[in-house]
Design a protein. Structure first.
Length: 243
């Protein structure tokens, strides 16, 4: 994220995402071993059942996972998107924003009208229920206004730019609401009136250019069935995908 904030060209950053998803997968695998070990010591809690490592009830886990998924979507890195969805298969049917972002990539799309953490994410989710694009854009703007203050409990990077050490180190990588950009991209919403420090305007434009040119960072043909999965959906009031 720091390189993106520093302005490294997106086309140079895009191939790196698969390595980040590798680390995400390795963390999840290690957590499965931890879960199994704990349950072996406490059999009264029942047998082990797969549950992905990220806890959607935890702000840090939820936001970080949502950002990773959103970046993969905006880069049209279909293989990474599908890997993330497969890792999070245990979380299906719980969170409306996650379901809307992934609906174009699964065969059993679900519609939920709330997010696990509520606000500000419910504000962003409501964009899919708006029939008027101007109203949808206003909701994205409202979300962006709410977003950073809502991150005050993020344990790692909130106000990181104010915590620079004498050696120049800080938990600051840039502040980006990638999920807002991903929603605008997936639902092909007009974002021309959005001017906010946390909105990844250039990354959304990059994804749209790839889509217009029918290009991908990667394609997962065997598992994703990309021929039938199209970003650029109609909002929930409609039933067809946008072309």
């Amino acid at each position: 994220m720091l390189d993106y904030t520093a302005g490294v060209p997106i086309e140079k950053l895009a191939p790196r995402l698969s390595d980040i998803v590798d680390r995400f997968s390795e963390w999840n695998e290690a957590d499965q071993y931890r879960q199994e070990e704990i349950l072996s010591q406490y059999p009264e809690y029942g047998p082990y059942r797969y549950r992905a490592a990220p806890n959607f009830g935890d702000l840090s886990d939820y936001e970080d996972t949502l950002q990773l998924l959103s970046i993969a979507i905006l880069l049209r890195d279909q293989r990474s998107v599908m890997r993330i969805i497969r890792i999070l298969r245990s979380h299906r049917g719980q969170d409306g924003l996650f379901e809307q972002l992934t609906g174009a990539y699964v065969d059993d799309e679900m519609t939920l009208d709330t997010c696990v953490l509520g606000q500000p994410y419910d504000t962003l989710l409501q964009t899919v229920y708006e029939s008027d694009e101007d109203a949808a854009q206003m909701l994205i703007k409202k979300y962006l206004k709410q977003w950073y203050p809502a991150m005050k409990d993020h344990p790692r990077w909130y106000n990181g730019h104010l915590r620079i050490s004498d050696e120049g180190y800080a938990p600051y990588y840039g502040y980006w609401a990638f999920e807002a950009g991903a929603m605008a991209f997936v639902f092909d919403l007009d974002d021309s009136g959005i001017d906010h420090f946390a909105y990844p305007t250039d990354l959304v434009a990059y994804g749209r250019t790839l889509r217009e040119e029918n290009r991908y960072t990667s394609i997962d043909r065997n598992d994703a069935g990309d021929v039938g999965h199209v970003e650029g959906k109609q909002s929930c009031r409609d039933t067809d995908f946008r072309g």
